[in-house]
Ligand binder design. Structure first.
Ligand code: 5GP
Length: 122
């Protein structure tokens, strides 16, 4: 069973966030520790823990995360310049909050590859 996370509290308005988009299924808000001039998180309201936990019945809402990303990019005027959308999965992917989220990064040319070496736990 999925455990509630900090993102559930943002959905429920128990803690504040800079919310930029909301509909029945999805919420988008600014990342508290931005890694680019624009760094938003787009999340399903359904608490799916990781990419590994997406089921066929979730395909519609997961696809919707991407159409919301494209809408935000168009509305904010950086669609043509470009941006990055990424989901981290589990520890090696760098996931720290176990409620599915699409990072939307924009506002400058973004480096690649996106990882830094780190010492893996024994
Ligand atoms: P992950 O590392 O799981 O892919 O990304 C989690 C993201 O959530 C991080 O970029 C982190 O800065 C962001 N984050 C963690 N806690 C909060 C919070 O309380 N509010 C907001 N707006 N972002 C958060």
């Amino acid at each position: 069973m999925n455990q509630p996370t900090i993102f559930s509290k943002i959905i429920d308005r128990e803690i504040p966030a800079d919310i930029v988009y909301e509909d029945d299924d999805v919420l988008a808000f600014s990342d508290v520790n931005p890694q680019a001039p624009v760094h938003l998180l787009i999340i399903p309201k359904k608490p799916i823990a990781t990419v590994n936990d997406i089921t066929p019945e979730d395909e519609k809402v997961v696809g919707h995360l991407f159409t919301v990303a494209a809408k935000i990019a168009a509305d904010k005027g950086f669609a043509a310049d470009g941006y990055r959308v990424v989901m981290n999965c589990n520890d090696d992917g760098g996931q720290t909050v176990y409620h599915l989220h699409l990072h939307l990064l924009a506002g400058k040319p973004l480096g690649w590859p996106p990882y830094q070496e780190r010492i893996k736990r024994a």
